[in-house]
Design a binder for this molecule. Structure first.
Ligand SMILES: *Cc1c(COP(=O)(O)O)cnc(C)c1O
Length: 629
């Protein structure tokens, strides 16, 4: 194996070439997607600048133009496909707030989307309140999914009187009865949609939201009941939208076409029944290519954004033309595809647990023969016999461990054997770099990977990595012009055995370890996790009571500089404690009493008392993550 530079290892060319580059000094640089001629901005420089302002890592970095860019591409993509296929309807996309509920994100989406009549989708009452506080364009939609109570429905119906196009998407026949009742009592007609359960099933992490097992959407008999009830109430004119959503991250473009096609069948049938449907809403599902493989699998997609737009517009056009119906407006509720690429998580490596040793301990003549056997491996170590040497080393080491367990070797002998073993591992890894390593041997060497301890919480900041093994591109943000000689897994600071990352996207495929550089003392080593703008920011719970990270939004400037647009401080420990119903001042008071008692018993001096109380107080008001002094 030839030693490759960091820049060539992490596959950045595949998944990030649009927005990332390696700068001459080896830093990862951000490219301004909307102004490619501008000088790239070094990410380590941004982090340094932030820490001078007192904003420390871990930090969630959001780049203004990345969000605007993907939203613009989605809308322009549909506009172009609509023109190409001479489609008569328009595109009226909506952003599902649940995918990223941060005010800054929602507000920017609304602002950027206004020129495209881009709207919002809500799935709960709090989200409805967020949407009703936004200044949406006159023709944009506000689509209400999810289970709705009377108050929700009342708000939705009345909001149409103040200029919103709020569509209540019926989830069940029972919900329809509630809507009819509220609408009668208000004397106002609602705008309605009906959520259909399609039979098509898709693969992937979200397959359960499609097909018969999906808990959302109405089966055909209920849909017919809705039509009949609306007719009976003389409310059929209210039904303007048909909705279906088959789950997130649809990886195969064929599925997009099948879904659109089946949705069109229902749509044309409902039109035949006299329903004046104007909007066909195909839900979310636009995927993100996390690995850059351009293939249909859980972490990649086999289509481009434009192919997605084309597939939908073409399918809907032909279906409507075949049925002799006017073209409807097309709605999608793309969340992931709009926001995933707009933010990245940046954290520093706090510590490393290195598996190998560069030194050999001294061994006396009286050492156990197994220890001598271990040492002797060096004599026949070569690229040809590497596998044999690895096998032998593991065998002898395990024999010493067995002796220790039975009481036949003492702790010093055990330590001695483990030390020699780690020295051998270092030699093995060095040899492996010079040769083509068979798969099984590579896996074996992978189990001797180093552990790099990062200042982040997996559960808090990357919940999908933990829950569904979502892959995000991850790479060091500096020294990309050097060869990374170490192989590591990343562990977070929760001390939880689950809190580690051991699958990585690399140029030549998925790897169990991440190539990393040796840490230089007193020099920060930053690692970036990309595409974390969708779902990750708001899913995180308070695992181990690590709170929200610091969040900053930057705007890239022409000259390689950047402007800090917006900053949200991460949670303090007091805030996190209060969220689980502790009273922080009361905690401090109890602690103080205990300290005072120790002072009166003369077990603690007055000056120790001051240090102790100050430490408790400062901690309460500080960041939940590891803070450098
Ligand atoms: C979650 C959700 C979406 C967003 O899906 P993406 O795959 O992120 O585009 C859209 N519509 C509904 C109803 C959802 O529940």
């Amino acid at each position: 194996m030839e030693a490759k530079l960091g820049a060539d290892i992490y596959g950045m060319e595949k998944w990030g070439q649009q927005f990332l580059t390696v700068m001459p000094n080896g830093d990862a640089g951000l490219i301004d997607i909307q102004n490619k001629n501008a000088a790239p901005v070094s990410i380590p420089d941004i982090v340094k600048d932030l820490s001078e302002r007192g904003i420390y890592s871990p930090v969630l970095l959001r780049v203004n133009s990345f969000l605007e860019n993907s939203l613009t591409n989605l809308n322009e993509g549909f506009a172009e496909a609509i023109k190409e296929y001479e489609f008569n309807g328009s595109y009226r996309g909506v952003f599902p707030i649940k995918v990223n509920q941060q005010a800054e994100v929602v507000e920017r989406i609304v602002e950027t989307g206004r020129q495209y009549d881009y709207g919002l989708e809500v799935g709960s009452k709090p989200e409805l309140l967020i949407a009703l506080a936004q200044n949406l364009a006159k023709n944009s939609l506000l689509i209400c999914n999810g289970v709705k109570d009377e108050e929700f429905i009342r708000l939705a119906i009345l909001s149409c009187k103040i200029g919103f196009n709020t569509i209540i998407v019926l989830e069940s026949t029972k919900e329809l009865e509630l809507v009819i009742q509220v609408s009668k009592s208000l004397g106002e007609m609602p705008l309605l949609g009906v959520r259909i359960k399609l039979t098509h099933e898709i693969k992937g992490n979200w397959s359960e939201s499609s097909g018969d097992r999906s808990s959302f959407g109405m089966p055909p008999d209920d849909v017919v009941t809705v039509v009949e009830r609306l007719q009976a109430e003389n409310m059929q004119d209210c039904l303007v939208l048909q909705h279906s959503h088959l789950g997130s991250q649809i990886s195969d473009i064929i599925d997009v076409r099948r879904i659109a096609n089946e949705a069109c069948r229902f749509f044309t049938e409902l039109r035949k029944l006299g329903m004046p449907l104007q909007y066909i809403d195909l839900g979310g599902g636009l995927g993100v290519d996390y690995t850059g493989e351009k293939q249909s699998n859980e972490n990649s997609i086999n289509y481009s954004l434009y192919e997605y737009c084309e597939a939908i517009v073409e399918t809907v056009k032909y279906a409507m033309d075949d049925a002799g119906l006017a073209h409807p407006h097309i709605v999608t509720e793309s969340g992931r595809g709009v926001v995933a690429s707009s933010s990245m998580l940046i954290f520093d490596v706090l510590d490393t647990t290195l598996y190998d040793s560069s030194t050999l301990p001294e061994t006396g003549d009286d050492a156990h023969h197994l220890i001598k056997d271990l040492l002797d491996i060096q004599e026949y170590l070569s690229t040809k016999r590497l596998q044999e040497c690895v096998n032998d080393a593991i065998y002898y080491r395990d024999e010493v461990r067995a002796l220790f367990r039975r009481g036949n070797a003492d702790i010093k002998s055990l330590a001695h054997a483990e030390h020699i073993f780690r020295y051998l591992v270092a030699q093995f890894k060095k040899l492996a770099e010079e040769m083509e390593v068979p798969h099984q041997l590579e896996d074996q060497l992978g189990t001797f990977a180093d552990i790099y301890h990062g200042n982040f919480s997996l559960f808090q900041s990357l919940p999908d990595v933990w829950a569904i093994d979502q892959l995000h591109p991850i790479m060091p943000l500096q020294r990309l012009n050097e060869v990374p000689h170490r192989q590591a897994v990343l562990s977070d600071i929760t001390c939880d055995s689950d809190g580690k990352i051991d699958r990585f996207v690399l140029e030549d495929g998925i790897s169990k370890t991440l190539p990393v550089h040796d840490i230089v003392e007193d020099e920060p080593y930053y690692i970036g996790v990309f595409f974390v703008g969708a779902y990750q920011e708001t899913l995180g719970d308070l695992h181990n009571l690590f709170g929200d990270t610091n969040v900053v939004t930057v705007s890239l400037a022409e000259d390689g500089e950047f402007d800090l647009l917006h900053e949200v401080e991460g949670d303090t420990i007091a805030e996190v404690l209060e969220s689980v119903e502790y009273d922080a001042p009361a905690c401090l008071a109890t602690f103080r009493k205990r300290v005072d008692n120790a002072v009166s018993r003369k077990e603690l001096t007055i000056s120790e008392r001051r240090v102790l109380i100050a430490a408790y107080k400062d901690s309460l008001n500080g960041y939940t993550y590891f803070e450098k002094e």
